[in-house]
Write a protein that binds this ligand. Structure first.
Ligand code: G3P
Ligand code: CA
Length: 297
């Protein structure tokens, strides 16, 4: 049964034979993030994997959206003006429209494209199933469970939902190159998935606040008992490039985030920035908003 069993077996994590391009929220520099338009463009631009951030609707469906709330990327405030929750503890009370407070049918009424550019008006939030169908065999999937602790507190198991849909789609048996790589910032989630889906690679995302978890070879080695890869903020790698060597020695892949033309720091271009990480620091893959700028060799 999914998510049962005590064995937290790992899979042999081999660094990929070639550097891999993960389209971050799709080709999100050019099309509204997490729409089928962004996913399709990412594939046209050569993505090896297309990323889906996943949230759970009120009726238990996995949908592709980065935020816990609908406000930033849809017109929910116009369509459902009274369906907000208010945080009255903040200095200035804030209103939020939580994904988990809306059914899929309601969410499908929302425009998820016009905020980005009027030419994308009418784009919808896809279900994860729709994303799987749209990507098909043209690229891999790279789902991230967002805010799993929030959903667990509501009595929902996003891990079970993810495991169920991957099983239903025949995506658990992965011969050769993986078709699915799972990711989460939530350690509990990665450990649950290690038990439930031991054959599916799983990346633990590391934000700057957690950089201390990977600041020694011994600590990195320990993570390899439940993760198959690390997904560090790119600044963590820049500050301590030896993390890549430590990870590879432990059998872990390294996939930093996020490379975007709108934020290249001191690099002249996002292509130059990605090249530094891939070919000097030696990371295995990158998350980028700009798949067309990926520097293949
Ligand atoms: O999942 C890797 C990267 O996407 C993490 O950042 O906030 O864009 O999901 P975020
Ligand atoms: Ca993500």
């Amino acid at each position: 049964m999914l998510l049962c069993g005590a064995v937290m077996s790992g899979i042999a994590a081999q660094p990929p034979a070639k550097k891999q391009l993960v389209a971050h929220r799709g080709a999100s520099a050019y099309a509204p993030e997490h729409t089928l338009e962004a996913y399709t463009l990412a594939i046209e631009q050569g993505a090896d994997f297309v990323e889906q951030d996943l949230a759970v609707t009120k009726d238990g469906m996995l949908v592709c959206i980065h935020d816990l709330t609908l406000d930033r990327t849809t017109n929910v405030e116009d369509v459902f003006p009274t369906r907000f929750v208010e945080d009255k503890t903040a200095a200035s009370p804030t209103r939020s429209w939580l994904v988990g407070d809306f059914t899929l049918a309601e969410i499908k009424q929302l425009d998820a494209g016009a905020w980005f550019n009027p030419k994308f008006a009418g784009a919808r939030i896809p279900t994860f199933q729709e994303a799987i169908d749209a990507v098909g065999s043209r690229a891999g999937l790279y789902p991230e469970l967002k805010d799993p602790a929030f959903y667990r507190e509501r009595g929902v198991s996003p891990e079970k939902l993810l495991a169920g849909i991957l099983e239903k789609n025949g995506l658990l048996k992965q011969a050769g190159s993986p078709r699915v790589i799972i990711q989460s910032f939530d350690e509990t989630t990665v450990k649950l998935l290690a038990t439930a889906l031991p054959g599916v690679p799983r990346v633990w995302l590391v934000d700057p606040a957690a950089a201390g978890r990977i600041d020694s070879e011994e600590k990195v080695k320990q993570l390899a008992t439940w993760a198959t890869g690390l997904g560090p903020n790119k600044m963590i790698v820049a500050a301590r490039p030896e993390i890549v060597t430590w990870a590879h020695a432990a059998g872990l892949t390294v996939t930093p985030w996020t490379f975007r033309s709108s934020n290249t720091g001191t690099f002249p271009s996002v292509r130059d920035e990605m090249a530094k990480y891939l070919y000097e620091y030696g990371v295995d893959a990158v998350f980028t908003d700009n798949p067309d700028q990926f520097p293949r060799k």
